[in-house]
Design a protein around this ligand. Structure first.
Ligand SMILES: [Zn+2]
Length: 267
């Protein structure tokens, strides 16, 4: 049987620029880890996997995560649970039973900096109330599109969350500068390669450490710009599971943030 790693693709680039240069290299058809991670010190690193919006195809990765003893955080739009294209309440319970964190991502996925007053309070507090009524312990929040202002941040605190995730400026420091504005790596999009996701981790480790928070949306074959191929996610989960066995700490956002689960707060 031919290993996937010995299926090689020849890549030749010819550059004509005064002098003719021909560069030929052989690259594997599938990405392999860039370096021997045995030499990397993971002791100053944390990794979290987050999935935004609770779209139905996310249920696919439950098996990959369980097989590799990885637990993730799902930021759920409470008003969309069980509607076409979104995870059902029963599926969310399956994820929670597996040890994953269910977090809040508002009621309607509105842009919070364009939302004011009672509507803002409703989006942030009511989503937590709704998800807690379904039986989930809701500890952390993710700002839709990463957009927030001081009013939204204050309501996240007032509504009983212990932390909130943005979408930029990762890796985050340990401990975070502001638990209510957690920095994340850039969105994983359909042309994000496995090697790039691996580099987010290895480069943070080599740069002195930090908290590397990944943001996934769809898990599908190109159904959306914000998607990852199921096969690529499987490879990433397998690799991450191996690193975890070698000492890399992968936790849910809520586990890193800690704190006690506060009672629901009505908007
Ligand atoms: Zn979202």
């Amino acid at each position: 049987m031919v290993s996937r790693f010995v299926k090689l693709t020849a890549l030749c680039i010819t550059i004509l620029f005064g002098v003719q240069m021909v560069a030929c290299s052989t690259v594997p058809s599938q990405a392999t880890p860039l370096q021997d991670t045995a030499t990397i010190d993971f002791s100053t690193l944390l990794v979290s996997l987050t999935f935004d919006d609770g779209v139905a195809d996310n249920y696919l990765v439950r098996t990959d995560l369980a097989a590799n003893k990885l637990r993730a955080t799902w930021y759920i739009i409470s008003g969309f649970v069980g509607t076409p294209g979104y995870l059902t309440e029963s599926q969310l319970h399956d994820l929670a039973t597996d040890g994953h964190e269910i977090g809040s991502h508002t009621v309607d996925h509105v842009n919070l900096i364009e939302t004011r007053g009672a509507a803002l309070s409703y989006e942030i507090c009511q989503s937590r109330v709704d998800l807690m009524q379904m039986g989930f312990e809701i500890n952390t929040f993710a700002y839709p599109y990463g957009h927030f202002d001081e009013a939204a941040r204050q309501l996240v605190i007032d509504c009983g969350y212990n932390g909130a995730r943005t979408v930029i400026d990762g890796p985050e420091l340990i401990p975070p500068v502001d638990p209510f504005a957690l920095h994340s790596m850039p969105y994983i999009v359909k042309d994000t390669r496995l090697a790039k996701m691996q580099r987010y981790i290895t480069e943070a480790a080599e740069g002195g450490g930090g908290w590397v928070i990944f943001i996934f949306h769809h898990v599908c074959s190109g159904c959306d710009q914000y998607s990852i191929e199921p096969a690529v996610f499987s490879e990433f989960a397998d690799w991450l599971g191996e690193q975890q066995q070698m000492g890399l700490v992968v936790k849910t956002v809520g586990e890193v943030i800690g704190g006690t689960i506060q009672p629901p707060v009505q908007p």
